[in-house]
Write a protein that binds this ligand. Structure first.
Ligand code: F3S
Length: 392
């Protein structure tokens, strides 16, 4: 690859990975099963990013299953979302670059729900923080927190440097988190994730005291911790796959007890404002179960505040087959695919306050987009879409 025998793109890609491996003292490369690539939105990468990709990918083809993160718009209803023609043209150019080299162009941060689902112990190179932590923790796959470029280089070469979370010795937890409070809703798990990420940074937590949980709650927990603390891997006693089969706590660890998640509900509400401009649910992208749950809450009701449900196109199509989308749309809510609020040019929409159940979105929106947030459960968010105000 380094000799250029497989073309310019492969040579460049392996050079990037070797440089990365040297920085982290990797002894060798490891073959990967899949890649997940972020940095897709034209809002984030701009013209310079397009030029870089065109040059880098000139003769590339991916060697493994690869998918991309949300892009900057819904690729079908972008016009009604006030996306300009110029933005859309550039965004399609980026997507087509990936398509040409064999990347799956379902733009989603939940690839594991729509066909890019790695197996236990499988080495992968993923770059979306919420997907990384889900793959490592809930699926037991192995990835570092890749950048968009290193994940792309891994997709082109089929390899990644073997260091960090790829190695057994780096996967055991160094923080024991005793959870002493009751966790019920998905937003409770997001709130817990926010607190733990804040307290332990990019360390590895081992949770004790969490008994009943489902995939959607684990999705929210990880996304929140990855945002507030750059956490890439967690274990839950008797629940997550590695913790089920062996002791995943190091012999030396620090201990934290969480008695309450109330503080997260206070901090993640950046305003006391009760007027909401947009209710947004689906960060990370909604699963089919979440869509069904929301569709039931909206049955025979009408929203008075704009309500967006964000999901992958494949999940949306599945929901359509089950007549859930029809029910949602009848309420006046919208289902938005392929994108996410952080990578869309939402400035055009002149939004001041957003209500959400997402810890990650609540963490980033005020600083990234200068938008205030009301954070609460799905039920509370839906209620505010139906009544027009955030209830206390
Ligand atoms: Fe996904 Fe965007 Fe949230 S990438 S995790 S919807 S910030």
């Amino acid at each position: 690859m380094l000799d250029g025998k497989f073309g310019k793109s492969v040579k460049k890609a392996i050079e990037i990975l070797i440089a990365l491996g040297k920085i982290y003292n990797a002894e060798r490369m490891v073959r990967i099963g899949s890649a997940q690539i972020s940095g897709i939105s034209y809002k984030n990468i701009g013209d310079a990013g397009i030029e870089f990709l065109e040059e880098f990918l000139s003769d590339a083809k991916v060697r493994v299953k690869a998918t991309i993160n949300p892009c900057g718009m819904d690729t079908e209803k972008w016009k009604s979302l006030k996306i300009s023609n110029k933005f859309a043209e550039k965004q399609f150019r980026i997507i087509n670059l990936f398509k040409k080299i064999g990347v799956g162009i379902d733009c989603s941060c939940t690839p594991y729900l729509i066909g890019n689902k790695p197996g236990f112990n499988e080495h992968i190179a993923w770059s979306e923080s919420s997907a990384i932590v889900y793959a490592n923790s809930v699926l037991g796959a192995r990835t570092n927190r890749e950048s968009g470029i290193s994940a792309l280089a891994a997709a082109i070469t089929g390899r990644t440097p073997m260091y960090g979370y790829h190695l057994d010795e780096n996967r055991r937890a160094n923080f024991l988190i005793n959870v002493k409070c009751k966790l019920e809703s998905i937003s409770d798990f997001a709130a817990l994730g926010y607190i733990v990420g804040n307290k332990i940074g990019n360390n590895i937590p081992y949770f004790r005291g969490i008994e009943r949980v489902d995939w959607d709650k684990l999705k929210a927990l990880g996304a929140s911790m990855a945002a507030s603390g750059a956490i890439a891997l967690y274990h839950i006693e008797n629940i997550t796959p590695e913790a089920k089969i062996k002791n995943m706590l190091r012999s030396e660890f620090r201990e934290i007890t969480i008695e309450s998640i109330d503080d997260a509900y206070i901090k993640l509400n950046s305003t006391r404002d009760r007027e909401i401009d947009l209710v947004a649910i689906g960060c990370p992208h909604l699963s089919i179960n979440e869509i069904e749950y929301i569709a039931n809450l909206l049955k025979d009701k009408k929203v008075v505040t704009k309500l967006w449900l964000m999901t992958s196109r494949k999940t949306m199509e599945l929901a359509m087959k089950r007549n859930l989308i029809e029910r949602i749309v009848r309420s006046g809510a919208e289902v938005i695919s392929d994108t996410c609020l952080l990578v869309m040019p939402i400035e055009n929409l002149k939004i001041k306050t957003i209500a959400t159940n997402s810890g990650k979105l609540s963490f980033y929106l005020p600083s990234y987009c200068n938008i205030d947030v009301r954070f609460g459960s799905i039920e509370k968010c839906i209620r505010s879409a139906l009544t027009g105000v955030w209830g206390d």
